[in-house]
Design a protein around this ligand. Structure first.
Ligand code: MN
Ligand code: MN
Length: 353
């Protein structure tokens, strides 16, 4: 069996022969960073790296030691190889310029080095999310180069640091999962051509925000919760890990719908997740696996970004469920949703802006 195993290196070399060998080399460096991060995360309290440091990132979030260390691991593994024109990260206000002593390339790497890091102290699965786009033009790299819609991604992926470490990757021809073999140090292709099941009986949403949701989301969730007795005619289960990578991974493997929808909790934030390094790469991964990723009103990968750290509503997963929730948004926006009176929100809140 062993001789027939496909390593990540073999996979990316074979899938980037078409004038994109530099992309393959970059992805091998990203995988090396992920192995380093996997080791850091696995040490837990023994590594001395749990807990917060005395700083916040551009989002105003308290940075954990591991946020900073994993960000440095990504930068240092990927800056030297000559494939990149620059990098941007959740943990850095501004894009990172490739140091002058290294050659530069045509790609931009955008990442969340440690997704779900508030979970690292409680030993729940965390991850790394990354997106690769091509820099247009020959000028020096500037902020504008990063502000491209997700449909221009040439590769995207995530690592999940769970009981096993997995790297899930797309280079635009399907979504493929690799498991880290700690004996050989190689990522091995264990989940070729993952397909998101079209139908599902599982939804994932933070219901503590229920009172802030918009009517279409209220409607959708109330129908799921009504189960066999409601119009869906079937019982649903709810899941909420509060780790985006872990939610997306579960949905890829066994189906489901994940929602961090638009809400009116904080009008300055039109969603919770960040477009460029959370929503876009996961949207590409999910859509390459046959699922859908939407804000409820538009395809995530169609959005033209205007800020590096901008947030978007995210609804992704099994095709039929995402389509249903998009339809509920259309009906609500068109005022067609007159038949629906939700038990979850009062008539007062319908008419309140
Ligand atoms: Mn994150
Ligand atoms: Mn993070």
């Amino acid at each position: 069996m062993k001789s027939g195993r496909t390593t990540l290196s073999k996979f990316v070399i074979e899938n980037t022969r078409d004038q994109r060998a530099d992309l393959g080399a970059l992805l091998i460096d990203v995988a090396a960073a992920i192995k380093t991060i996997s080791g850091m995360v696995a040490k837990g309290a023994l590594g001395g790296n749990l807990g917060a440091i005395d700083s916040t990132n551009i989002q105003g979030e308290v940075q954990k030691k591991l946020d900073v260390l994993t960000n440095e691991a990504m930068l240092h593994h990927c800056e030297w190889g000559g494939q990149l024109a620059g990098m941007a990260s959740e943990e850095m206000d501004e894009p990172y310029a490739i140091p002058a002593d290294y050659p530069k390339g045509r790609y931009l790497l955008i990442f969340d080095p440690l997704d779900g890091s508030s979970n690292s102290d409680v030993n729940v699965s965390v991850g790394t999310i990354f997106s690769v786009i091509t820099k247009e033009g020959k000028d020096d790299t500037g902020m504008q180069d990063y502000l491209q819609p997700g449909q221009r991604q040439v590769a995207a992926g995530y690592a999940i640091y769970g009981p096993s470490t997995m790297l899930v990757l797309t280079v635009g021809s399907g979504t493929h999962g690799f498991t880290l073999d700690r004996d050989s140090g190689n990522f091995i292709l264990t989940h070729p051509d993952i397909r998101v099941p079209e139908e599902t009986r599982e939804f994932a949403i933070n219901t503590s925000n229920e009172r802030f949701w918009e009517p279409p989301v209220q409607r959708y969730i109330s129908e799921c919760r009504a189960g066999k007795t409601g119009i869906r005619g079937t019982d649903f289960n709810m899941r909420w890990i509060a780790s985006f990578v872990a939610e997306v991974h579960r949905i890829l493997i066994r189906g489901g719908i994940f929602m961090y929808p638009k809400d009116n909790k904080d009008p300055s934030k039109p969603g919770r997740l960040r477009l460029l390094y959370e929503a876009n790469p996961m949207a590409m991964i999910i859509e390459q696996a046959g699922g859908l990723a939407s804000t409820g009103r538009e395809r995530i990968q169609s959005i033209h970004p205007d800020q590096l750290h901008q947030r978007v509503p995210v609804i992704l997963g099994s095709r039929q469920e995402v389509e249903r929730l998009e339809k509920y948004h259309q009906e609500a926006d068109a005022g067609l949703d007159k038949s629906y009176v939700s038990p979850l929100f009062s008539s007062r809140s319908i008419f309140r802006d």
